[in-house]
Design a protein around this ligand. Structure first.
Ligand SMILES: NC(=O)c1ccc[n+]([C@@H]2O[C@H](COP(=O)([O-])OP(=O)(O)OC[C@H]3O[C@@H](n4cnc5c(N)ncnc54)[C@H](O)[C@@H]3O)[C@@H](O)[C@H]2O)c1
Length: 425
């Protein structure tokens, strides 16, 4: 590997927060048995020795366990935030103070600081990038072509980042392998669905303390995240409307028992709106205009583009903070619209992100994807690569084992049957 790391140690809120961070990181570890086993093996085998690695992730207690596992595996790892509002400052402090991991992340950092941290991370001259949303990979490709020869590969955590990587590949600028962590079964089935489902509602409740029972709640997007949010909101007694642009997903929502309609029709009915589409301006000026007085709007998709806040600001006569992470926009039509978490991921802005038990599997995929990239250095063609099925199944097996759940295995007769085409009626 060429080049040396030239970064100072950290840029965080306050090192004195480390003890609180340590306590919370240890608590999260109780629900992360799969990553713990990987960390123990990594500590013995050092599969990432000599690898400079940067991780752009939400700086949470669960990410702390990923960073610790990567360091145990021998990586020279550095961590930055993948979102200006998602950093847990006590976690950042603990990683620096107790584990010697450089962290550049402060909750509430402005966009300029966020982008400066991306540059600092790239100054680390990474061989592997763990990305969440694709900002670091996109910056590397656009501005740091001289570093491309150092790159063994990247891994990508979220749906939005995968969409960006596909676009980069189509434009011929993705010159290295990128592991598609998001599409591993043990990632999106659980993280996107059960993780986003629970933590999005947790964020809304912490920010507002509203009762969901009896409310009309509009979920935009019925992908993995949307399914989770809709399912859990119904469980709390909300009357859920789904909006979609994909006819198949829309049928699925209808058959799952939800009302499906265009956003324009849903707008006058909704008390609470949640976007989880990965798309831009799903709720915009004409929608705000027609909302009920006091309607609450938030986003749990990756970027803060799903709600057109610029349009809302231009329509507002006054904006005031009514609770933490809760801003009320008064409109000239006499009504108001309440926005949570500045339109950023509400589960990370106003709550703690996904429960540790699901991140256990997502981050097990991340750690094993890094090991896979190193093992296959120089052998994988440029472009997106799935997590190998045996890795995905092994993570599921370890998780079940930790949960104390046993399953059947195929009998010899069944093995023969499923591998034969001659045995029919
Ligand atoms: N909050 C979190 O912690 C978290 C976790 C995982 C993923 N994400 C993010 O959430 C977003 C959704 O992820 P996913 O895995 O559910 O993706 P997905 O591709 O499975 O689902 C997105 C759905 O949105 C629909 N859609 C697109 N444009 C729309 C529009 N204008 N109106 C209505 N529906 C529309 C699509 O048809 C699709 O069904 C992504 O940005 C992803 O990165 C967030």
């Amino acid at each position: 590997m060429s080049g040396t790391a030239t970064v100072s140690q950290h840029e965080i809120k306050d090192l004195a927060l480390a003890p609180k961070g340590k306590q919370r990181i240890e608590w999260a570890g109780r629900e992360m048995p799969v990553l713990r086993q990987i960390q123990e093996r990594f500590a013995q085998e050092k599969p990432l020795a000599g690898i400079r690695l940067i991780a752009c992730c939400h700086v949470t207690t669960e990410t702390a366990h990923l960073a610790i596992a990567l360091k145990a595996g021998g990586a020279d790892a550095l961590l930055i935030a993948s979102n200006p509002l998602s950093t847990q400052d006590d976690v950042a402090a603990c990683l620096v103070a107790d584990y010697g991991i450089p962290v550049f992340a402060i909750k509430g950092e402005d966009n300029a600081t966020y982008h400066r941290h991306v540059q600092i991370a790239l100054d680390h001259k990474p061989n592997i990038i763990i990305d969440d949303g694709g900002d670091v990979t996109a910056t590397l490709v656009k501005e740091r072509q001289n570093q491309l020869s150092d790159i063994i590969g990247t891994t990508e955590e979220t749906t939005t980042g995968i969409v960006r990587l596909q676009a980069m590949f189509k434009d011929g600028v993705l010159s290295f392998p990128a592991m598609n962590v998001n599409d591993a079964d043990t990632k999106h089935f659980f993280d996107n669905r059960y993780g986003t489902g629970q933590s999005t509602l947790d964020g809304i409740i912490r920010a507002t303390n509203v009762l969901l029972a009896g409310k009309t709640l509009v979920v935009a997007g019925y992908g993995w995240c949307g399914k989770g949010v809709a399912m859990r909101a119904r469980g709390l007694g909300a009357n859920v409307i789904v909006t979609e642009i994909d006819p198949t997903k829309a049928i699925e929502a209808v058959m799952d028992g939800f009302r499906v309609m265009p956003m324009a029709e849903a707008v006058p009915q909704g008390d609470l709106f949640i976007t989880v589409t990965g798309n831009k301006h799903v709720i915009r000026g004409e929608h705000f205009q027609a909302m009920k007085d006091g309607a609450i709007v938030c986003n749990s998709g990756h970027f803060d583009i799903e709600i057109d806040l610029q349009a809302l600001s231009s329509m507002a006569t006054e904006v005031k903070e009514v609770r933490s992470f809760t801003q009320e926009y008064s409109l000239s039509n006499g009504k108001s619209v309440v926005v949570l978490g500045e339109g950023r991921l509400v589960n990370l802005a106003a709550a703690e992100g996904h429960p540790s038990a699901v991140m256990d599997m997502s981050f097990a995929n991340q750690a094993l994807a890094c090991e896979y990239l190193v093992k296959n250095k120089g052998k994988l063609p440029a472009g997106l690569h799935s997590i190998p099925e045996e890795v995905d199944k092994e993570i599921a097996r370890l998780k079940l084992q930790a949960m104390g759940v046993a399953i059947d295995t195929l009998t010899a007769e069944q093995v023969e049957y499923v591998n034969s085409w001659t045995l029919g009626t």
